[in-house]
Design a protein around this ligand. Structure first.
Ligand code: THU
Length: 163
């Protein structure tokens, strides 16, 4: 039998930060501020990520590049690996991501690359709860309730078990 299947993702779009909560506005501010620590001499594309934990604390990360290009790491993974290594028992509620060329911010939000999506969903399964994405552009803000939505049919630890 041949069955056609469809996967639909839904997300919210905002025109400005005004309607977001004060915590979300703070998270975005932190993500933007940490862009100053981006080490991106090769792309000049500065990205910041800010993570909100369940206890209300925030940690941040920025992209770190390398002359051997693949050795660099995106802001999201810098922040996530730091969060999971320093605070393994805290749950991540939300991650705000913002980026752009030098000090500009893209009009449309940037979205995490495939590898960052994979790491995000590992963090979700590790803590057994979703991580909400707050993707921030100058003109649009996208809110996605779980990282899983951005990587359908993903490879997971379930696939590692024997049949
Ligand atoms: N980058 C991030 O840090 N996060 C993203 O979501 C997209 C790309 C970084 C990687 C590299 O340092 C630069 O942006 C250009 O790709």
């Amino acid at each position: 039998m041949n069955i056609n299947k469809e996967i639909i993702i839904s997300y919210q779009e905002f025109d400005s930060t005004e309607t977001l909560s004060t915590t979300e506005q703070l998270l975005i501010q932190k993500a933007n501020e940490i862009r100053n620590n981006s080490y991106s001499p090769y792309s000049n594309f500065k990205v910041g990520a800010a993570i909100l934990f369940d206890d209300g604390s925030i940690t941040t990360g920025s992209n770190q590049e390398n002359a051997a290009f693949p050795s660099g790491l995106c802001a999201e993974r810098v922040a996530l690996f730091y969060a999971n290594s320093q605070f393994p028992t805290k749950k991540i509620i939300q991650i705000a991501i913002i980026g752009g060329y030098k000090n500009e911010t893209t009009d449309t939000p940037i979205t995490p690359c495939g590898s960052c999506r994979q790491v995000l969903i590992e963090s979700e399964s590790r803590q057994s709860s979703p991580i909400e994405l707050l993707l921030v552009g100058e003109k649009k803000i996208w809110k996605i309730s779980t990282a899983k939505a951005l990587l359908p049919l993903s490879f997971s630890s379930n696939n590692l078990t024997s049949n």
